[in-house]
Design a protein around this ligand. Structure first.
Ligand SMILES: [Zn+2]
Length: 432
């Protein structure tokens, strides 16, 4: 086998002529290359044959996969051509994406590592920054997106919002309820953002959507109604229960805060009466500790409680009837989603009445919110729109938003999420 054929195979090169291989410095192997004749003088954007314009910025280098232990680059001329449609642009090269500083093989290796391994493994192994990984993943996904029809046979959708940038920004995400794959995501959480998805889907496919579940944000409901008139609109059980959990947690925080203030006041007055300051402080810590430790006991599902947390709940039942009633309301709402439709309908109406008359402000407000979404909640139960898949994708995206924190753009975050959760993970170059 001739030497340059060995290199072609090793570097995954196609349509490329290797002119020369050299070791520039001990740390870098340089492959001097050029495109095969049929691939020269093509527009970098559309690849149409175009007349040469000038030599551009001269020689250029593209980082490629290591040769054994050593970093390697391809080096070639980067002339410009004059395209009828795109004007003066750098000519296409068969080994790299237009405008990229890395080869196709390198990009694909990055995409594979970013979806399979940790940040440290990917950046150390390829000797690139995490920000560069983000840029590569974004352009890799942009190409995959063009090749694939992600929306074939789509029937049931889940729509959700996920925060990123430490809760400062939001993504709207769409999940396939049947496969659990992430279908689409975009920065923003408003009707214009969501409308982009339905525009992309097109009217024919929108008409075939049978069910849409969402968290009950009014703008989502309006857009869905307008775009998918045939779809049953369901409230995501996961979100509905989360409303109750949030109300309960808010109540706990308020009570906790009040108890803290009370116990401080009491401690101060005890000290004024001449009791030992150390004992007084210890008593304060005890009360506050008991309440703060109750958080998990209140918010966890009862089947997951530890013995200690059970005891905590009993303590709450005895000492704080409002909090205990709020807890029972949260649990009651959660259980409604496990009932068959007929029983669930009665139970939900009962629940609304109990919450409305509970005398706990936060739950009175919640009862109104639940009343507004009654139809969507019952539709979710009737059509078995289980929240498991949407919830699990949601959790995984949250994890990815943390991993992607160093990326420069939300597009890179979305690309990483799509590559990891879209159901088509990248393969390694030269395989599969
Ligand atoms: Zn062009």
């Amino acid at each position: 086998m001739r030497e340059d054929r060995v290199w072609h195979r090793a570097l995954g090169l196609k349509g490329t002529i290797i002119e020369d291989v050299d070791v520039d410095d001990p740390e870098l192997v340089v492959f001097r290359v050029r495109p095969e004749k049929r691939l020269t003088r093509r527009c970098g954007e559309c690849r149409r044959k175009s007349p040469r314009y000038d030599r551009g910025a001269g020689r250029r280098r593209w980082r490629t996969v290591d040769v054994g232990l050593t970093r390697a680059v391809l080096e070639a001329d980067a002339p410009r051509v004059s395209c009828r449609q795109h004007g003066v642009v750098v000519a296409h090269v068969p080994w790299a994406r237009h405008g990229a500083g890395h080869t196709l093989v390198f990009d694909q290796t990055v995409a594979w590592l970013a979806t399979q391994t940790s940040k440290t493994a990917a950046t150390e192994m390829l000797r690139v920054s995490w920000r560069t990984v983000g840029a590569i993943v974004a352009r890799f996904w942009a190409d995959c997106e063009k090749l694939r029809d992600r929306f074939a046979g789509l029937r049931r959708l889940g729509i959700d919002e996920v925060s990123y940038k430490r809760g400062q920004r939001y993504l709207t995400v769409v999940v396939d309820h049947d496969t659990g794959h992430l279908l689409w995501a975009a920065p923003g959480r408003d009707s214009a953002t969501l409308q982009q998805f339905f525009d992309l889907l097109g009217p024919d496919r929108c008409a075939q959507i049978t069910h849409v579940s969402a968290d009950g944000a009014p703008y989502i409901s309006t857009v869905v109604k307008g775009s998918c008139p045939n779809a049953v609109r369901c409230a995501d059980p996961f979100h509905v229960v989360a409303w109750a959990t949030e109300a309960l947690d808010k109540l706990r925080r308020i009570t906790f805060h009040k108890a803290q203030q009370q116990s401080r006041r009491a401690a101060v007055s005890r000290m004024a009466e001449g009791s030992n300051p150390v004992t007084a402080a210890a008593e304060e810590v005890d009360t506050v500790k008991a309440l703060s430790g109750a958080r998990l006991a209140l918010l966890k599902n009862p089947e997951d409680l530890t013995e200690n947390q059970h005891a905590k709940l009993q303590w709450i039942a005895l000492t704080d009837p409002d909090m205990h009633r709020a807890y029972q309301l949260k649990e009651g709402l959660r259980l409604i989603f496990k009932l068959p439709l007929e029983q669930a309908t009665d139970a939900l109406d009962n629940w609304i009445e109990l919450a409305r008359t509970s005398g706990i402000g936060l739950f009175v407000t919640l009862s109104r919110q639940i009343t507004r979404h009654r139809a969507g909640i019952l539709a979710a139960i009737e059509h078995h729109m289980s929240n498991g898949r949407v919830e699990s994708v949601n959790g995984k995206i949250r994890l990815i938003t943390r991993i992607a924190f160093g990326f420069a753009s939300p597009q890179a975050l979305i690309a990483l999420a799509m590559l990891r959760l879209g159901g088509h993970r990248p393969t390694l170059p030269g395989r599969g």
